[in-house]
Design a protein around this ligand. Structure first.
Ligand code: ADP
Ligand code: MG
Length: 770
């Protein structure tokens, strides 16, 4: 019938639909062969929709970069991708193009809900990714949203359920997952982590784990970063399926862009601001980012330098500014040709400010990866750039070692003293005239000291060796602010080194004894293990190898100090075959059993009666044969008895193992939590976006975020103080606990109140056994 009739005239809309249909079919078959596209040069030649192609063209993207060429075809084929490429090499499009295409090919529409989720570690980076998405996705009809802290949560809540693509920071995302009724991820097709190694590191661990729990397992996952994690554990957390590792610069000689020149200068702490000022004065026609280690420092240097009027516009960016201000500064620095931006590490990752000429690191970065990301703010795409790192004499060796390991080509230069201008006098007069300046200076001082103190790599960061007085003076302060934590650390170091020396002397005296098989306990060993001595014991424990420590020896009878170590340790208890135990003789058995075993085993006690000759007999002999046989013959009764006892022993053993396991688990978790806590402290001090993740201890530990917009503005010392106190208490509790378990104090035998004589006998036996 249809053959006879002419084809019906299609409306424009129908025609377009048909075209789309054909395009979709052809795309599906093309993307299934990613190998065909490894050498593709132009976006036009990729198996992507006309809509995306147009978007790219209109944004002036024509030719693919290396990472894009390798990653996009795989991602289009819905493969899980781990993308690693240097900073500024175009990773953003490597995931945004596939995201648009995956949803387009799935004919995603408003009713399908959330289809793709892109997570960024900082708000600024999220904003930037969102902008690029808007640009290249303008021809598509997806709804896309940005959810970052510091904005009105309620407004976001209304919109979040209607979005197809979301760009988000972890803390805020989790908050929506928990609190926004309409927020549903069940349909999610693709998850992207930009700056993946940062998102997967410990600072975000809890939040990210909680987020992942809410996502469907069958989804595509893409991870991108310049410093990519290959930790199997991390990848397992994301349940990646057979991921493709795409690393374009892995074999290249250096890990930083080739068009970046990198230098460092060795500079005393109190000379840093002079060097900075002289640098700015001699680079007035440049766009520069200056990285510092804390918010308060950034603020102070910004305020002070504004007064010094170096002749170039100055900006500052850190995590304690209001979100609107942050956005404003971010935009301003993007559009200004010549300017200096003072910033914390909040701007270290991913941000693509155009045409930055210089990255100056006033303070040493926490590690080589952070260095790589910081300098990556310049020399982006095919632009060139310069970087300068200021290192204290004490930091040089450690940092150079780290940078060498990471293949960073950096050379030393000297700053000519004659060209240096001292600003100390001016700063002094500002601090003298203006109490606000003085206050800012003091806070900057303390916060710098604290940031160094909290750094993990003690090979580089030596807080106790810093020349505090000179540094305070260089900020214009008349006196050196009190810093308790440094003084404490100093005291700790001196005490520890003194004791170490004494310990050494003692060891010399005890040379003969050392020949003994078991290590002899010194007076100090015991002293360090004492309760309330934990400041020292922690340090000491690190110095002594306890691996071979098994037996305690009391060398001078000073036994109130003696504390046993391994003998009570449940973990080291040998595993016993219960059946064997039952048939073995009691004393041997007792020697091998844990105390809990013994207690369980002996709860009944043994009643003994004496006959006329005075010989002891078991109580069962007292019943007559008829009674006895009621419960079965002797053999059966014996077997029943043995099996009952075996069961009891098994239960006891199982319980013991379970307790030991639980204890191990608790310990592990506490350790982990402490590490996380420390990391958060350090991050917070450095002014990164950690306000989104607040850890609570105790039962409510699941509650791992706080409203960023609420915590954002409370930047007082008070808060710092509180945090310190909290941390201190927590540590003390931790150490007390460890101490207690070391000293075996926790091992209390629990029994019911003895009522009968039999109970009392049982209790007595328990105590003897113990
Ligand atoms: P990365 O994430 O690897 O650090 P970005 O994705 O931020 O790098 O890209 C760095 C810069 O390169 C951006 O300014 C971006 O616009 C530009 N860029 C990326 N891909 C291309 C391309 N194919 N053609 C031209 N410019 C590009
Ligand atoms: Mg990037």
């Amino acid at each position: 019938m249809s053959e006879e009739q002419p084809a019906p005239k299609l409306s424009l809309k129908q025609k377009r639909k048909l075209q789309e249909q054909e395009e979709l079919e052809s795309l599906e078959s093309k993307v299934a062969q990613p190998d065909n596209y490894v050498d593709t040069k132009f976006f036009d030649d990729l198996p992507i929709s006309t809509k995306t192609r147009k978007g790219l063209k209109r944004s002036n993207f024509r030719q693919l970069t290396d990472i894009q060429r390798k990653a996009i075809p795989l991602a289009l084929a819905k493969r899980d991708v781990l993308g690693a490429a240097k900073t500024g090499s175009g990773k953003t499009l490597s995931f945004l193009v596939p995201v648009l295409e995956i949803l387009y090919r799935a004919r995603w529409n408003a009713a399908d809900g959330l289809g793709a989720l892109i997570i960024s570690p900082t708000r600024e980076l999220a904003v930037q990714i969102f902008e690029v998405l808007k640009k290249i996705g303008r021809e598509h009809s997806f709804s896309a949203g940005l959810i970052i802290g510091g904005k009105d949560f309620k407004v976001e809540q209304e919109r979040v359920s209607r979005m197809n693509i979301l760009v988000a920071t972890p803390g805020r995302l989790l908050q929506h997952m928990d609190q926004s009724v309409g927020f549903d991820c069940d349909n999610l097709q693709a998850l992207v982590l930009d700056e993946a190694d940062r998102i997967l590191d410990m600072g975000f661990q809890k939040t990210v784990n909680a987020i992942i729990e809410n996502l469907p397992r069958s989804r595509q996952t893409m991870l991108f970063s310049a410093t990519q994690t290959r930790s199997v554990k991390d990848l397992a957390r994301l349940s990646l399926q057979d991921p493709e590792y795409v690393a374009v610069h892995e074999k290249s000689e250096h890990s930083t862009p080739h068009n970046l020149t990198q230098h460092y200068v060795v500079c005393e702490l109190h000379k840093k601001l002079d060097v900075l000022f002289s640098f700015i004065r001699s680079h007035l026609q440049s766009k520069t980012i200056v990285f510092m280690s804390s918010c308060k420092q950034t603020r102070f240097v910004y305020e002070a330098f504004c007064k010094l009027q170096p002749g170039i516009s100055l900006l500052h960016l850190h995590g304690k500014q209001k979100q609107t201000k942050r956005v404003e500064i971010f935009r301003k620095f993007t559009t200004t040709q010549h300017a200096v931006l003072f910033s914390t590490d909040i701007a270290a990752r991913g941000l693509d400010f155009p045409a930055v000429d210089w990255v100056l690191q006033l303070d040493c970065p926490e590690d080589a990866d952070t260095y790589i990301h910081r300098v990556g703010r310049t020399a982006r795409f095919d632009a060139s750039g310069h970087s300068l790192l200021l290192l204290l004499p004490t930091e040089v060796e450690g940092m150079m070692e780290e940078l060498k390991k990471k293949k960073v080509p950096i050379e030393e230069i000297k700053v000519r003293d004659s060209k240096q201008q001292s600003v100390q006098k001016q700063l002094q007069s500002y601090c003298f005239q203006d109490s606000e300046m003085k206050y800012l200076g003091q806070r900057a001082f303390v916060s710098y000291m604290r940031s160094v103190f909290l750094q993990r790599n003690k090979n580089i960061f030596k807080a106790t060796e810093l020349p505090t007085e000179e540094y305070a003076a260089s900020l214009g302060l008349a006196g050196t602010p009190k810093i308790k934590f440094i003084n404490k650390a100093k005291a700790k170091e001196t005490a520890a080194s003194q004791l170490l020396e004494e310990e050494k002397e003692e060891e010399d005296e005890e040379e003969d004894e050392e020949k003994e098989k078991d290590r002899v306990r010194t007076k100090y060993d015991r002293m360090f293990q004492r309760k309330n001595q934990d400041i020292l014991s922690e340090h000491y424990n690190k110095l002594v190898d306890f691996a071979n420590d098994t037996v305690t020896k009391d060398d001078d009878g000073d036994d109130f100090l003696t504390i046993q170590r391994k003998d009570h340790d449940l973990e080291s208890e040998p595993e016993e075959d219960i059946n064997e135990l039952v048939s073995e003789n009691i004393s041997k058995r007792q020697a091998k059993m844990t105390k809990k075993h013994v207690a369980k085993k002996q709860t009944k006690g043994e009643r003994i009666v004496f006959d006329d000759e005075g010989n002891p007999h078991q109580l069962y002999e007292m019943v007559n044969e008829e009674e006895f046989l009621k419960d079965g013959d002797a053999k059966a009764q014996k077997e029943a008895y043995i099996s009952e006892e075996t069961k009891a022993m098994e239960t006891a053993d199982w319980e013991d193992k379970a307790t030991a396991k639980q204890k191990r688990k608790e310990k592990r978790e506490k350790r982990k939590l402490r590490k996380q806590q420390e990391l958060m402290e350090a991050r917070k001090e450095r002014g990164e976006d950690v306000d989104e993740v607040v850890y609570t201890l105790g039962s409510g530990a699941e509650d791992s975020y706080s409203d960023a917009s609420m915590s954002e503005y409370s930047s007082d010392e008070e808060e710092d103080e509180e945090r310190e106190a909290f941390k201190r208490k927590w540590r003390e509790a931790q150490e007390d606990e460890e101490d207690e378990s070391r000293s075996g104090k926790k091992r209390v035998i629990e029994t019911d109140e003895p009522v009968t004589l039999a109970d009392q006998e049982a209790l007595a036996l328990k105590l003897l056994g113990a």
